[in-house]
Design a protein around this ligand. Structure first.
Ligand SMILES: [Zn+2]
Length: 179
């Protein structure tokens, strides 16, 4: 339990740190996603928020079978973390969990049609890295799928924090490492 509670403490600390970024959620700007990467003692946590509009081209509840399929297909793609964000090979990171949440996803699953306004995809990954000293950066591969999106990113490690605006041409988020 000690590990778990430490992990949550760290996550909460990280979330406080990027509170200004997260405030944008719910009133998101189309074309802009948010990414938080935190690394501590080999535990790599990734929190990615994207406007559904940028993922699907719509963000209302699905009104056709094709739209339902599009939502579920997107969720499946997000469940392959190493195709979305790729840490350094040398760090030996393996995926522990991948979760995808969206009001549209629940609407698609329950065949509901009463979602209105903005909707996000909120994606959370946990990875365990055998050699964290080689963990120096994370490359965002999401742009191969969604080339038009811009991501406001923040990386928090034991050694410091980095902020970056990432896009198709600048897709690498540097992690502060030991001096
Ligand atoms: Zn929106």
């Amino acid at each position: 339990m000690t590990n778990l509670s430490n992990k949550w403490k760290w996550l909460i600390l990280s979330l406080l740190f990027i509170a200004p970024l997260l405030q944008a959620q719910g009133t998101h700007v189309h074309g802009q996603g948010e990414l938080l990467v935190s690394s501590q003692e080999g535990q790599l946590s990734v929190l990615l928020t994207l406007p559904a509009m940028d993922v699907l081209g719509f963000e209302h509840a699905p009104s056709s079978a094709a739209q339902q399929t599009a939502i579920k297909d997107a969720a499946e793609k997000f469940k392959a973390p190493l195709k979305i964000v790729m840490p350094d090979d040398e760090a030996g990171c393996i995926v522990q969990s991948a979760t995808v949440e969206s009001a549209l996803l629940s609407a698609a699953e329950k065949h509901q049609q009463h979602h209105h306004g903005h909707a996000d995809f909120v994606i959370e990954y946990q990875l365990s890295c055998a050699k964290p000293k080689y963990l120096r950066q994370v490359t965002v591969l999401l742009f191969e799928w969604l080339p038009a999106v811009t991501i406001n990113a923040q990386a928090v490690t034991e050694y410091g924090a980095e902020v970056a605006t990432l896009n198709r041409r600048s897709a690498v988020l540097v992690l502060s490492s030991a001096p």
